[in-house]
Write a protein that binds this ligand. Structure first.
Ligand code: OAD
Length: 257
C-alpha cells in the first residue's frame, strides 16, 4: 500500500466508524470520465449560449428544437464515456456499507454503470425522455425507440397526446421530483458521514444537503480540486481529483478493515 496523505488516513478513520454514510456527487465525479461539467458542456457552437437559455421550460417553449438538440448533443457525449475510478470506488464503498446512499446532481447514469444501486437522482436522467404535458401521469416517460423512425422531426411528439417530448431532467426554475427531495433529505438527516464529491455547491436545494447533514451531527468530507461553497463546513477537505482520491480512501479502508 503506498503511503497516503494524513488527510486520507483521517477520512478513512472517520468512515471506518460510520454506520450510515451518504454521498453527494456533482459533475466533478464524472469529469474524469470525459463528461464535461455542466458548464463545460457549452463548447463549440453551444458556447454562445448561457445554460439558463438552454435548460429552462421557457427556453423549451421558445425554441424546443434548440433545447432538444443541445440535450441530444449532451446524450451523444455521454454515449461514449465509461465510469471512472471514482464511480467504481463509490460502488465498492456500497459493498462495505449496505445503507450507503448516493445523492447525485448528475443526469448521467455512470453511478449505475459502476455498480452502485442506491442512487437518488435530484436532477433527473438525461437518458430518459417524457411528454412535456405528462399526459399519462408524472412523469409520462416516452421510449424514443418505440417512436416512428420515419418521423425525424425534433423534438419528437408524444404518441399519446401529440405534445412535444422533452428530456426527463430538472431545468432551472423547475421543482425537483418530490420523491427525490424526500429521499435525499432523509438520507442527509440520517447520515453520520457525508462525502461531498465534485460539486461547486452553486445550485440549491442540492447544496443545502451537506448543511442539513452537518446540523444533524454528520462529519463532512469534501473531495474537490477546488474550493466550493461547501468547503467552509467541510471537516476534512481532500483537495484533488475524485478519480485519484476516492480509490485511495477506499483502499485504506479495505486494507485496515
Ligand atoms: P459544476 O460544473 O457547477 O461544478 C463542478 C465541480 O466539480 C467544481 O467544483 C469542480 O472544481 C469540481 N471538479 C472538477 N473536476 C473534478 C474532479 N476530477 N474530481 C472532483 N471534483 C472535480 O457542477 P455541479 O456542482 O454538479 O443543475 O452543478 C450542479 C448543477 O448545476 C448541475 O446539476 C446542473 C447545473 O445547474 C441542473 O441541471 C438542474
Amino acid at each position: 500500500m503506498t503511503e497516503y496523505g494524513e488527510l486520507i488516513q483521517q477520512a478513512a478513520h472517520v468512515l471506518r466508524g460510520a454506520r450510515h454514510p451518504a454521498v453527494l456527487t456533482g459533475a466533478g465525479v464524472s469529469q474524469e470520465s470525459g463528461v464535461p461539467t455542466f458548464r463545460e458542456a457549452l463548447d463549440g457552437l453551444w458556447a454562445q449560449y448561457d445554460p439558463e437559455e438552454l435548460a429552462t421550460p421557457m427556453a423549451f417553449q421558445r425554441n424546443p428544437k434548440l433545447v432538444w438538440d443541445w440535450y441530444a448533443h449532451r446524450r451523444a457525449l455521454l454515449g461514449a464515456v465509461q465510469p471512472n475510478p471514482a464511480h467504481l470506488a463509490l460502488a465498492r464503498l456500497e459493498q462495505r456499507f449496505s445503507s450507503l446512499r448516493i445523492i447525485t446532481q448528475n443526469v448521467d447514469d455512470l453511478h449505475e454503470q459502476a455498480g452502485s444501486t442506491h442512487i437518488i437522482h435530484l436532477h433527473g436522467n438525461i437518458a430518459r425522455s417524457k411528454c412535456v404535458a405528462n399526459c399519462q401521469g408524472n412523469p409520462t416517460l416516452i421510449d424514443l425507440t418505440t417512436l416512428d423512425p420515419a418521423d425525424d422531426e425534433t423534438p419528437p411528439k408524444c404518441p399519446h397526446c401529440g405534445e412535444f417530448v422533452r428530456p426527463d431532467v430538472v431545468w432551472f426554475h423547475e421543482v425537483l421530483p418530490a420523491h427525490a427531495i424526500q429521499d435525499a433529505t432523509a438520507a442527509a438527516q440520517r447520515c453520520d458521514v457525508m462525502l461531498v464529491v465534485g460539486t461547486s455547491g452553486l445550485v440549491s436545494p442540492a447544496s443545502t444537503l451537506p448543511h442539513l447533514a452537518k446540523q444533524h451531527g454528520a462529519t463532512i468530507i469534501e473531495i474537490n480540486p477546488a474550493a466550493s461553497t461547501i468547503s467552509p463546513i467541510a471537516d476534512i477537505k481532500l483537495t484533488g481529483p475524485a478519480g485519484l482520491l476516492l480509490p485511495q480512501l477506499v483502499e485504506v479502508l479495505d486494507v485496515e478493515a
